[in-house]
Ligand binder design. Sequence first.
Ligand code: GLA
Length: 357
Amino acid sequence: MPRERARSFAPGRVNLIGEHTDYNLGLALPFAIAEGVSVSAVAAGSQAAERVRVHALDLGEWDEFELCDPSPAPGWRAFARGTAAELARAGFPLVGGQLEIEGALPRGAGLSSSAALEVALCIALLELGSSDRSWQRGDFDRLEIARLCSRVENDWVGARTGLLDQISSIFGEPDRALRIDFLTLEIDPVPLALDGWRLVLVGSGEPHTHASSGYNERRAECARACELLGVASLRQATPESVQLLPVPLSLRASHVLGENARVRATVAALRAGDLPAVGTLLSASHESERDLFEVSTPAVEAAVQRLLGAGAAGARLVGGGFGGSVLGLFAPGVDPPPGAREVRPGPGARALEGPDS
Ligand code: GLA
């Protein structure tokens, strides 16, 4: 017997450093945050066992589709349909029912509201459809679920994103960032011992959407750089070889190589408790995103300047770019500008217990 009810929560993420490295099989250092998306699911009676009805509470919108054959749809509906379809294709038992989505994550803020939505939907549907397996007990292969959610993003939503957001949301841990190696898919929690320092976010005021921003174009440029270099991924490229590429491919590839090195250096600085060095690395990452990868905008630059002007030890654009949020690191006793929001690493996605589940 499948369950009658299930509830799930999946967090957004902040990427401390390591941007546009995931689909280049490089390194990143994100952490899950407290804000995220929750989904409540109630199984349908036997007559409607094949239908799913979804209510996006904050938008006041509905969707309805057949479990066995969801057709593509634009906007948020692509997430629910895609998640159900990919779970079914992967052979997970599913039952129809009613889903309610509730989210406290701003969309387009570069905090991975999309992955939080996919992962929360996935866990709710997995729990609802299966009586003998549980997310909490670890009965599902979490990397497989991260890949499945990423297919939803790639094939249903149309954004050629990598695995950064889904892995961050699923594997997040309190007080730790995750050093992810996208070549081996090794995930190594690194204590984020801030010792009185604060990480804060400010919005650039400019929402971004991956499918329509230059994100897919950047990804294509990296793929073209690999083709010209004759390597399977930029992980195999050397600083000397990328200089021989034509502009702008040489710039894109240099960013990726430099960013991998900065992730390694940030992990070392954190382990040594050297927060000023972390600040310097964050700013270097931003300069590379701006000048080499060219994903910044005037509104993002203004947000970076606000943070640096207030005394941040370092500041950088987080996420895919072309808008979104900027992260700043502040030493003890230095006050972030008004409107900045402190962020800390929190736990990863979970099935929620309680009267409803
Ligand atoms: C977005 C994508 C991720 C990653 C980042 C850039 O968040 O969803 O896969 O590529 O941009 O680091």
